[in-house]
Design a protein around this ligand. Structure first.
Ligand code: IYR
Length: 226
C-alpha cells in the first residue's frame, strides 16, 4: 500500500534568497560587524522607545526554529511603572540572597569584573522589560495537554533572535536572570505551566554609560575544522 500522509502540507520555498559567494562573505562580515557592537548595559535612559520596535523584535523571536513548531514561548512587555517597581522589589529580594548567602565565593569572584550587586535600578529606569516565558506544554481548549519539545533550546534560540533584532533596531538590552524567577508568574499573571526564562531589559543606554573592558574569544579558540 502506498503511504499517504494525512497531515503534511508542503509548498515551494520561494522566499529563499541566493547570493553570489563574494556577496555572501560581505553580508556575513557586515552582520558580524553589527553584532560585535552589541554590549549588555546595566544603566538605561528612561526615554521612551517605539512600541512597534518591540513588537517587530518579538515577531522576529517568533520566527525561531523550535521543537515540532509548538512555539513554546510567551513574551510579556512591561511598561507600567508600578509593575516595574514590583518586579524590581521582588528581583532585589532574590539578588540580596544571591550576593549575601547563595552565591559561592568563586562565582562572586567571577562577577567582580562586571561590578554587579543586589541593587537593580535599571529595572525601573528602562522604558520596557520583556519577560520571556517558556511553556512545557499547551493546554488545549478541551483541557487536554499537548506536549512541547526541546523547550529550553527553542526558547534560548528565540531569545537570541530577540536580542539580535533589538540590537539591529538600535536598542540596548540586558539579559537579567534574578534567580529564582517564580515571582514573575505571579506579578505578570502567567499560568503555572509557564516558567520565566529571562527578563530582558530594553532601552537606550544612559548617556555616558561605560561597559566592562572584556574581550570575546578569538575564532581559533571557538571553532575547529575537521
Ligand atoms: N543574577 C545576578 C548575578 C549575575 C550572574 C551572572 I552568571 C552574570 O553574568 C551577571 C550577574 C545579577 O543580575 O546581579
Amino acid at each position: 500500500m502506498i503511504y499517504m500522509s494525512k497531515t503534511s502540507d508542503f509548498r515551494p520555498y520561494h522566499e529563499f534568497t541566493r547570493f553570489e559567494p563574494s556577496e555572501m562573505v560581505q553580508r556575513a562580515e557586515d552582520f558580524y560587524t553589527l553584532l560585535s557592537k552589541r554590549r549588555s548595559v546595566r544603566s538605561f535612559s528612561s526615554e521612551e522607545i517605539p512600541d512597534e520596535v518591540l513588537d517587530y523584535a518579538i515577531k522576529c523571536a517568533g520566527t525561531a526554529p523550535n521543537g515540532a513548531n509548538k512555539q513554546p514561548w510567551h513574551f510579556v512587555i512591561v511598561k507600567d511603572p508600578q509593575k516595574k517597581r514590583e518586579i524590581r522589589i521582588a528581583a532585589e529580594k532574590e539578588e540580596h540572597l544571591f550576593y549575601n548567602e547563595r552565591a559561592p565565593e568563586d562565582w562572586l569572584a567571577d562577577l567582580e569584573q562586571f561590578d554587579t550587586n543586589e541593587h537593580k535600578p535599571f529595572i525601573e529606569e528602562a522604558p520596557a522589560l520583556i519577560a520571556i516565558f517558556s511553556q512545557s506544554y499547551h493546554i488545549k481548549e478541551s483541557g487536554k495537554q499537548e506536549k512541547h519539545y526541546y523547550v529550553k533550546e527553542s526558547v534560548g534560540i528565540a531569545t537570541g533572535m530577540l536580542i539580535t533584532a533589538l540590537h539591529q533596531a538600535g536598542l540596548a538590552t540586558l539579559t537579567h536572570t534574578p534567580s529564582p524567577m517564580g515571582f514573575l508568574n505571579e506579578l505578570l499573571g502567567r499560568p503555572k505551566h509557564e516558567k520565566a526564562f529571562l527578563l530582558l531589559v530594553c532601552g537606550y543606554p544612559k548617556e555616558g554609560v561605560e561597559v566592562p573592558n572584556i574581550q570575546k574569544k578569538p575564532l581559533n579558540h571557538i571553532r575547529t575544522i575537521i
